[in-house]
Design a protein around this ligand. Sequence first.
Ligand code: AKG
Length: 267
Amino acid sequence: MPNNGDGQAVSSAKRLLTRAQLGEFVERGYIVIPDVVPPDLLAAANGLVDALVSARPTPAGHVGTRYLFQELEDAPVLAALLQDTAAVQLAEQLIGPDALEFPDTVQTALTYPPFVDAREKPHIDGGKGRKPDDPPWTFTMLAGFFLTDQSSDDAGNLFVWPGTHEAHAQLFRERGPDAFTTYPTVDLPEREQVRGRPGDMFFKHYLLGHNGGNNTSDTVRRTVYFRLRRKGHGPTWRAVLQDPWHDFPPLRELTSSSRPAGQTSPR
Ligand SMILES: O=C(O)CCC(=O)C(=O)O
């Protein structure tokens, strides 16, 4: 049985996503999966974040987000969130068996209250400020692990704009993927907040518009993120930007929009 870096055994029981969950990911661009991280691993991860913040304290009075990035090999307790839980097998139900390229880095996202996000619009990662000859830093999906309670709104929950994964792909089909040098602007649906309890996790499609969210609770929000890529993703970024299901072969039968880059009608 795998362990969490402290030698504690954690559950590796097979977890299956339901067809409804797969459909929700296709339609809305994200899903929350309850009870993926066992309490001992959750406590170890929170202990590690305590140590990180003690080593590099957040300035007194800081309000808003603070992001800590680490190489995965330097953060085995955080790596265990992905490695020693059902997260990989869950991810591979979206992208295909043995398809996950293990990430090199992990991000710990903190939001210090009282914070209210004033941007009112989303972004997608990896294109802003890109020089035309450099590939954007695209990926397949974000895996997020809730270390603090975000089961109600405004507790630092990630803001998402459901369905914009499709809208962004449509825009890149119209303008071409090389137009991704800034945040694309699409018509926006009503914004939602991703809700979950400590131990829950979520997957968010790379192309789904998002932003760091409000935290008017009395607790510093903690979420751990991994940016996951399907094996072979790197050179296919142009196709990935135009076809939201390029990296998700198991989901294609559920979608109406999956198509090779450049085609405008569903196959
Ligand atoms: O604060 C958050 O959870 C959002 C992080 C984010 O938008 C990003 O890292 O791209």
